[in-house]
Design a protein around this ligand. Structure first.
Ligand code: ATP
Ligand code: MG
Ligand code: MG
Ligand code: MG
Length: 562
């Protein structure tokens, strides 16, 4: 590729709107441009890196027995109504209507669509197991899109879904995906930690997240200093900021009489029996509305227990550590209430407004509870202090806290979607069974940013070789010198012919500018040609990361680069 012909608009200045290094460098290196909040153009150089990530993901997924397909981005509401998620997904789901006023959404994830396909096409145990994936544009209307590609609204995800005849089969698939993910992130040159994201009451871990370690990460990873235990502490720092403050008005706190399905004292009794470790907020959704549960205890164990106890199918964990502030909105009480409340899902809770919480009195709730005003979201520092005394649940040694960027997530889904959408098959005895599902996501575009977050210096990006858009940058420093340019052109062709991706800086610019741009772009190897070294029949080869410089004879240059 000729630099002079490429759309490669580098910037000297650091753009003010970019808070993190990766966002700054993606903009400065001309890889992305912002179209609007959380939505970016991928320029040629950015797309090259994205394609590198995709290629690694494809290779490893295919190698692990998964098959690629491509599902529609636009999905009919009916499927989401069938799974129950149309009602509970909240504002992250971008919804719209067609000319016939039918409801649709732009897919933030594809459990419904894939389950619908498989229930129509698969009927026998002989067709299973199946592991299907796609690499596709997703849309999530994030409340706080930020850090460039790290938290976009439109982004590129690899999402995969597996269908097995039983849990034992699903466990094997899960293991294969876990291993594939480990290979993918290692090949991307990332330093990462695999953490338990959620553990079932039986003890078996059924969800793992892959966290790229970086100070700017939004997740907190708690990791044992002695054994292999590592878990996600969920987002600890989603303190509502001015920009994320809800537009809906905050209503005054009010105590209301709410005789529930479960009495407050029953719930309180239940909570008495749970370990008293950290304070957690839960929000669950009933037919009548959303209810907040402030819960003392270890949520990983409590989630499933509480769900069974309350007989609700969906329970959303607020990712924040929450402590009680002014209100006596009590700790650990819940009950379905007939209130029409806004619905929150997943991590949109930071901006949840006018929630319901238990009150310190039987059959009463407090309505209009709000984050920030009535509940304090503990910051990372507090959290670190509060939890530092906790020993490792496995071995009792000290725990440490690290920040991470979630780049991948593997999840044992079970029967949730196959039951809701009735995806069944006939087993070898002719009995009808539900398929056992798993889902596996990778933030493909997020990886591009995460890789830069970990691989850069003051001068710019330092691409790990497997992700580099070009392996070699060829820089003739005397653009007016006919001999130099002739040798450079010949070398350019030879390097390309050897199958090496090379960017030829054929611009008529001063060496200083070429070197600065070269360092910014992060191409791992730079080859400099000038009259001085050419006189010695050699080129100067410099490694971007180590900055080590070597003179290599022109005759052996291509072989050296290979
Ligand atoms: P997060 O906790 O960061 O919001 P998530 O848990 O909601 O992510 P998943 O539903 O597990 O995300 O999706 C699979 C992968 O997609 C994530 O592991 C992440 O790498 C990526 N991803 C999710 N949301 C975004 C986003 N807004 N921008 C870029 N990548 C994303
Ligand atoms: Mg999310
Ligand atoms: Mg997450
Ligand atoms: Mg996740």
């Amino acid at each position: 590729m000729y630099y002079s012909k490429m759309l490669l608009p580098t910037l000297k200045e650091t753009p003010a709107e970019a808070e993190t290094v990766s966002h700054q460098l993606l903009l400065r290196a001309g890889m992305i441009r912002k179209l609007t909040s959380g939505i970016y153009d991928y320029l040629p150089l950015g797309l090259m890196v994205l394609r590198k990530v995709e290629a690694i993901v494809r290779e490893e997924m295919n190698c692990a027995g998964a098959q690629e397909l491509l599902l529609p981005a636009v999905q009919p509401a009916e499927l989401w109504q069938e799974s129950g998620r149309w009602q509970i997904y909240g504002k992250e789901l971008l919804r719209f209507q067609d000319r016939h006023d039918r409801d649709y959404c732009f897919g933030p994830t594809h459990e419904e669509v894939i389950t619908d396909l498989v229930r129509r096409e698969v009927h026998s145990y002989r067709q299973l197991p199946l592991n299907l994936y796609q690499i596709q544009t997703k849309f999530r209307d994030e409340i706080r899109p930020r850090f460039g590609l790290i938290r976009g609204r439109e982004f590129i995800m690899k999402d995969g879904y597996s269908f097995d005849i039983d849990e034992a089969g699903a466990d094997q698939t899960y293991r294969a995906m876990y291993d594939a993910y480990t290979r993918i992130f290692s090949r991307c040159g990332l330093r990462f930690k695999t953490v338990e994201a959620d553990s079932g009451p039986i003890g078996g871990s059924f969800s793992h997240e892959f966290m790229v370690l970086a100070e700017t990460g939004e997740d907190v990873v708690v990791s044992c200093t002695a054994c292999a235990y590592a878990a996600n502490l969920e987002k600890a720092e989603i303190l509502p900021t001015e920009s994320s403050l809800p537009v809906e008005p905050l209503l005054p706190l009010e105590k209301v009489h709410t005789p529930g399905v479960r009495s407050v004292s029953e719930v309180a009794d239940f909570l008495q029996t749970t370990p008293d470790r950290v304070l957690k907020t839960m929000i669950y959704q009933t037919d009548e509305g959303a209810v907040a549960v402030l819960l003392r205890g270890d949520h990983e164990v409590n989630e499933v227990k509480l769900k069974n106890f309350l007989q609700v199918s969906e329970l959303f964990l607020a990712p924040e550590e929450v402590i009680r502030q002014e209100t006596n909105a009590a700790v650990g009480f819940a009950g379905p209430v007939g209130l029409n409340l806004p619905i929150y899902a997943d991590y949109g809770l930071g901006s949840a407004v006018n929630l319901v919480a238990g009150a310190n009195e039987n059959d009463y709730h407090i309505i209009n509870v709000n984050f920030d005003r009535d509940l304090v979201v503990k910051g990372f520092a507090d959290l670190r202090q509060a939890s530092n005394s906790d020993p490792c649940p496995r071995c009792g040694a000290a725990l440490e806290f690290l920040r991470g960027i979630e780049v991948g997530h593997v999840f044992k889904l079970g029967y949730k979607y196959s039951k809701a959408l009735k995806a069944t098959f006939l087993d070898d005895q002719g009995r009808e069974q539900y398929m056992f599902m798993g889902c596996y996501g990778i933030g493909v575009s997020r990886i591009v940013a995460a890789a830069i977050e970990q691989n850069h210096d003051l001068d710019g990006i330092i691409f790990p070789m497997p992700l580099a858009p070009f392996q070699v940058l060829l820089v003739p420093i005397a653009a007016n010198d006919v001999d130099t340019m002739a040798v450079a052109s010949r070398l350019y062709q030879e390097i390309r012919a050897a199958g090496i991706e090379v960017l030829f800086d054929d611009r008529n610019e001063r060496p200083g500018i070429k070197f600065k741009d070269g360092d910014l772009l992060g191409i791992p190897v730079r080859v400099v040609l000038g009259p001085k070294t050419l006189a010695q029949g050699a080129a100067e080869v410099r490694q971007r990361r180590s900055r080590a410089v070597q003179l290599i004879p022109l005759a052996s240059l291509v072989a050296y680069l290979q």
